[in-house]
Design a protein around this ligand. Structure first.
Ligand code: SF4
Length: 332
């Protein structure tokens, strides 16, 4: 499967995910038997090309953050494949895993809680270096920390200060510096600006784009904010209740959304809605429980086009248009 629009499809695939699934067992009773499973991620597949921003969007609880954590193996997936630079990432252990992990890092959502309050800025940024054992001398380590602080726009005079002395935007710059200090290939950005003021969001997004150009980074950008995603992405995957609903280039997905869920999501964003001459579709009802997801298409309880078949048969992700994938019986 290719996830890409024409201009990026010639680029090398740096990360390939196939049939990724994560079930969290629900235990109950004295013997703590598994009585159900939370279907957090179900059969998700995508490619990330070098230098690309691949966004995963959806409402809270749709499985986008769990997908990012499973790709990084912060949570072990239940099944599926993750290939990084052609290497089977899920099969790696010990030193081989530590080496491969240098190529893939994470920027957290909340810069307030993701930085150790008892460490100085320099030590926070240098922590991945210290763990990996790169830059072995103090001079090399300090030089690398200063280089990265400069790259993210942090004043070197702040090196020995502590996180509480910084604003939210500056703390996120510290988090970004820590994420790029080992020169990774893929950075998973999990809602990296949603805890920040709108004015600061734009600066952090610009910084991420600048670093991407300079370092050739690939991003997996996880967000619920369709306006930010429209600004930053090359490719977008829409998730609902752990399932991949639609996947296409950003331009194609925003101009020509196919899946009823994507259309409903775009219609509730005022700035995007006015750009499209469409009847407004309102997303009614709540997201069903992932512990007891609906049979058939997981969106059928809220879909205005649902038929009897939708309640019984899971739609497969299908290439409805060139490089435009949609999991809906309407587009088979
Ligand atoms: Fe709606 Fe059926 Fe398509 Fe699901 S498969 S999105 S219920 S039309």
């Amino acid at each position: 499967m290719s996830s890409m629009a024409a201009d990026l499809s010639s680029q090398e695939v740096v990360l390939s995910v196939r049939h990724l699934t994560k079930l969290f067992p629900v235990k109950a009773g004295l013997l703590k038997r598994t009585v159900a499973n939370v279907h957090a991620v179900e059969d998700v597949s995508f490619d990330v090309h070098r230098g690309e921003t691949f966004s995963i969007v959806g409402e809270s609880g749709c499985g986008k953050s769990t997908t990012g954590k499973c790709v990084l193996r912060l949570i072990e997936p239940t099944s599926g494949e993750v290939s990084l630079d052609g290497q089977d990432f899920l099969a790696l252990e010990g030193d081989a895993l530590t080496q491969a992990r240098r190529k893939m890092t994470l920027i957290f959502q909340d810069p307030y809680s993701s930085l150790n309050p008892r460490m100085t800025v320099a030590d926070i940024i240098a922590e991945p270096i210290d763990i990996a054992g790169t830059y072995p001398t103090k001079e090399e380590r300090d030089a690398r920390v200063e280089e990265v602080m400069g790259a993210v726009g942090l004043d070197l005079a702040f090196k020995n200060r502590y996180p509480h002395e910084f604003s939210g935007g500056q703390r996120q710059r510290i988090g970004i510096a820590r994420a790029i200090v080992l020169a990774p290939e893929v950075v998973i950005c999990d809602e990296p600006v949603s805890a920040l003021d709108v004015s600061v969001q734009a600066k952090v997004i610009n910084l991420l784009q600048e670093l991407q150009r300079e370092m050739g980074l690939s991003y997996i950008f996880i967000s619920h904010d369709l306006s930010v995603v429209k600004h930053i992405s090359d490719t977008v995957m829409v998730m609902y209740l752990g399932h991949q609903m639609e996947l296409a280039s950003k331009d194609e997905l925003y101009a020509n959304p196919l899946h009823p869920y994507t259309k409903a999501l775009l219609d509730v964003v005022p700035r995007i809605r006015t750009e499209r001459i469409q009847d407004k579709r309102i997303l009614e009802g709540d997201v069903p429980s992932p512990t007891n997801p609906p049979a058939g298409c997981c969106f059928h309880t809220r879909c205005p086009f649902a038929t009897e078949r939708c309640a019984n048969e899971v739609p497969a992700s299908h290439e409805a248009m060139p490089n435009h994938f949609c999991a809906c019986h309407l587009y088979e």
